[in-house]
Design a protein around this ligand. Structure first.
Ligand code: C2O
Ligand code: CU
Ligand code: CU
Length: 429
């Protein structure tokens, strides 16, 4: 904390070596370590700053995914950090408690930089969420779960080449959770809250437990849900997060898995998504502490459904473009007015999988093909999977930070699509 009360975090982007499996170590990148980065935690209302150094020999950037902040602090492709430079973004946290993350966003190279290991979680706390009796002891009953898939070559190095047939990007069959292959967690409490992040560039995870036990979805990208939703499957596409609470019994062992996803033919067409993948094993102690009830009321209901809408826009994703245009760093696609609500109609029109992510805001999914969204898409979101040919109506409120010159991004978060040009830019005026 400096003399003006700003809390400063130091992050060094560095190369290193990580041992994932038997044989040679893997060349990797990380923040303050060889792979991934520390979990950053800040309170709503807190002023925070970063000193971000880059010890790599190429430029990269650090984007705060899901964060409401000024565009010059956003860490997108316009905020490249050159080798040897230090970037010092600063802002005051002003959004509800949520599980966000940070990752590089260099123009055309996001997929590769994330694949090498640059990613971390960013947890925001606030008074309202503190008051809700949910598990909240970090590392004990409140646990980050960053899920990534990787492909290794014969020398144990990451293989980031994709086959010409891969429409989604690189998928690998080795699963890494929090930087560890074959990860397990020792459970000591009856209830455990998991903050799930799909940290992959191309793979979907359809989370479930090996015994199909139900769990409670309590939060989506932008924060806690008004009430928990019980399910035994949850689908997250690249960049999406969810908070779940799961109950364990003493002495048991159970796997968290990804199951084949069920969305008609749309997902089954792609290599890899028929797989059942074990992600993380839970090993419960012979006696567990704590209670077993999930509070009835948690977060607030998204409220944009009844807002006055000043502008409607349409976005069609296909062929590595949005509305027929590839990303151009020098083209700002449109400006939105600060303090207003817009509705964006988003369609994936080419049959392959895409999702849609917007910087700076959390949005509300109003309808999908005119119908109310399923329970897991009813909370605040910043990234949503686009099932081919369906129309997603999103409501977004732009507030606080204006800048006529520095844009925010909207893009597909399948990272090879983003890099290939499926991205656009808007400013808040
Ligand atoms: Cu997580 Cu523009 O990205
Ligand atoms: Cu983002
Ligand atoms: Cu895409």
């Amino acid at each position: 904390v400096d003399s003006s009360g700003v809390r400063i975090f130091d992050l060094e982007i560095q190369g290193g070596q990580t041992r994932f499996k038997d044989g040679p170590a893997t060349d990797t990148w990380g923040f303050n370590r060889s792979y991934l980065g520390p979990t950053i935690r800040a309170e709503r209302g807190e002023s925070i700053a970063f000193a971000i150094g880059n010890s790599l020999d190429e430029a990269t950037s650090v984007h705060w995914h899901g964060m409401h902040l000024p565009a010059v602090m956003d860490g997108g492709p316009h905020q490249a950090v050159a080798p040897g430079e230090t970037w010092t973004p600063q802002w005051t946290v002003n959004q509800q408690a949520a599980t966000l993350w940070y990752h590089p966003h260099p123009h055309g190279q996001t997929a590769e930089h994330v694949y090498r290991g640059l990613a971390g979680m960013f947890i925001i706390d606030d008074d309202a969420s503190e008051a809700v009796p949910l598990p909240k002891t970090y590392g004990v009953d409140d646990v980050p779960v960053i899920v990534q898939d990787r492909k290794f070559d014969g020398d144990n190095q990451f293989d980031h080449s994709s086959s010409v047939l891969a429409q989604l990007g690189v998928t690998g069959d080795d699963l890494i959770v929090n930087g560890t292959m074959g990860a397990y967690f020792e459970v000591t409490t009856e209830l455990v809250r998991l903050r799930l992040l799909n940290g992959s560039g191309a793979r979907l995870y359809h989370f479930g437990f090996a015994d199909d036990r139900p769990f409670s979805l309590i939060g989506t990208d932008g924060g806690l849900l008004p009430e928990a939703w019980e399910t035994n499957r949850l689908l997250l596409s690249p960049g999406e997060r969810a908070e779940i609470v799961v109950a364990f019994t003493p002495g048991e062992t159970v796997e968290l898995r990804s199951y084949p996803a069920e969305h008609g033919g749309a997902l089954g067409r792609f290599d890899g998504f028929e797989d059942r993948l074990d992600l993380l094993q839970f090993r419960a102690a012979d006696s567990l502490t704590g209670g077993t009830s999930i509070p009835a009321a948690m977060g607030s209901e998204p409220d944009l459904g009844s807002a006055d809408v000043v502008e409607e826009r349409s976005f069609s994703l296909g062929g590595d473009k949005i509305n027929g245009e590839p990303m151009d760093m020098d083209r700002i696609d449109f400006g939105v007015r600060e303090g207003t609500v817009e509705v964006w109609n988003v369609v994936n029109d080419n049959g392959y999988l895409h999702n849609f992510h917007v910087h700076d805001v959390q949005f509300q999914v109003l309808t999908i093909d005119g119908e109310a969204p399923p329970p897991h898409l009813r909370g605040w979101k910043d990234t949503v999977l686009l099932i081919p040919e369906s129309e997603y109506r999103l409501a977004l409120r732009f507030s606080e930070y204006t800048d006529p010159n520095m844009p925010y991004m909207f893009h597909c978060h399948f990272l090879m699509h983003e890099d290939a040009g499926m991205m656009g830019q808007f400013v808040v005026l």
